[in-house]
Design a protein around this ligand. Structure first.
Ligand code: MLT
Length: 408
């Protein structure tokens, strides 16, 4: 008899964004023809920057001729892309990362979800609440938790984010966390962490021989130069942190798929006997066994992000969404609600103080707008909603009039 991995039975019936899609589809069935504005899942709406498109097309053309055709590429990604990443995303911030420490992949969701496979079942996992649900669910699937009660899985350590701590939990009082998930600019709250706040985490990880998985998928939205753009700006982080980045939100690649993970060679991990391993080698073993690389034209398109035109076009793209975020913030302020985010982030996290799925339904039914209920990101998200700035300016304006009315 084929038996299932029973850890899957501990999961909520469906993934957050699948449940949202189900409710939206029900709404559309009962309201045929009614206009719907989607500001729920953080999915970009504007086309790829022209520089990326041109490179994408030329990459496809290369596949048409025997002289330039590419079969399997390097699992880690082509050197041309990894070298550009090291130069433009790290060296430009004064951070030395070798191209050899970079692994190109098809998404930060997959990488942040898969990375826990490298570690023992017994490790203590610390997860923020609210949080991107992938970090939690993949640890549940792997069997590191018991059952969930009241949105809390037995065996996980939750680090609570609140308006008071600005949704940046500190490591103070945290006992024996081996694997720590952090995400800044944060999904879902839009909060950013300062150098001092990240330093406290790096110091904690060094003192406890823990590992930080740092999700920096939204780094392109940082406009404040004093905010760290990478955890590797913190001295010592290269010994205790892995960083995940993505072109999805940076350059509109949600449907194109390209991301990367940085694992510095200095980052060490241990077995149960205390023998030391180089983390990068373990991930390399996993990555080259389970992954065959991102397609060549897509990597060419990603490399174009670093060309002078690519940089300019990416900046314009992000500026467009940040302008939407400013409109959302203004409207939320006028409606009298507290919020975080929307400044160095595409997400605005609004405290409505009401049941968040009920608020989701009210906004959907009254305004025809899809947002994300805070509770979908954890217990601490109850009473909040997340509004995404990814849509057209016209739709954002319309949606905010509707949301303000619906929340009266
Ligand atoms: C979100 O809306 O939280 C993200 O778009 C989900 C993702 O990047 O997978």
């Amino acid at each position: 008899m084929i038996q299932i991995n029973e850890n899957y039975t501990k999961l909520q019936a469906s993934y957050l964004f699948v449940e949202i899609a189900r409710r939206v589809s029900e709404f559309q069935k009962s309201n045929p023809g009614k206009e719907l504005i989607k500001m729920g899942i953080g999915d970009v709406t504007k086309p790829l920057p022209k520089a990326c498109l041109d490179a994408f097309h030329s990459g496809v053309d290369e596949m048409a001729s025997e002289d330039s055709f590419k079969g399997y590429g390097p699992e880690k990604g082509y050197a041309f892309l990894r070298e550009l990443i090291a130069e433009h995303d790290y060296k430009s911030r004064g951070v030395e990362i070798s191209a050899d420490d970079i692994f190109v992949s098809d998404g930060a969701k997959c990488d942040t979800g898969n990375f826990q496979e490298l570690f023992s079942q017994d490790i203590k996992v610390a997860i923020p609440d609210p949080v991107y649900p992938v970090y939690v669910d993949t640890n549940v699937m792997a069997g590191r938790t018991g059952e969930a009660t009241n949105q809390r899985y037995e065996g996980l350590t939750y680090m609570e984010g609140t308006l008071e701590n600005g949704f940046v939990p500190s490591p103070e009082g945290l006992e024996n966390a081996d694997l720590i998930y952090l995400c800044y600019p944060n999904n879902p709250t839009g909060a950013t962490a300062t150098k001092e706040q990240l330093k406290a985490w790096v110091d904690y990880a060094k003192a406890n021989k823990s590992l930080i998985l740092f999700d920096a998928a939204y780094v392109a939205f940082i406009r404040d130069e004093s905010i760290p753009h990478t955890i590797f700006e913190i001295p010592g982080a290269e010994e205790v942190a892995v960083e995940f980045r993505s072109y999805s939100k940076t350059a509109g690649f949600t449907g194109t798929r390209c991301a990367y993970t940085v694992i510095p060679s200095a980052c060490k991990v241990w077995d149960s006997k205390g023998n030391e391993y180089i983390l990068k080698d373990l991930w390399n073993r996993r990555h080259s066994t389970k992954f065959n690389g991102v397609s060549y034209p897509v990597q060419k398109a990603a490399a174009a992000v670093y060309s002078p035109e690519g940089k300019k076009q990416v900046k314009e793209l992000i500026d467009y969404y940040l302008n939407n975020a400013a409109i959302i913030r203004e409207s939320i302020t006028d409606a009298g609600f507290e919020y975080t985010g929307g400044i160095n982030s595409p997400y605005i996290w609004v405290k409505t103080g009401t049941d968040s799925w009920a608020t989701f339904d009210t906004i959907l039914n009254k305004a025809g707008v899809v947002i994300t209920p805070g509770t979908g990101f954890g217990k601490c998200g109850e009473g909040y909603i997340r509004i995404s700035a990814f849509n057209s300016l016209e739709n954002v304006r319309k949606a905010m009039i509707g949301i303000s009315e619906a929340l009266k």
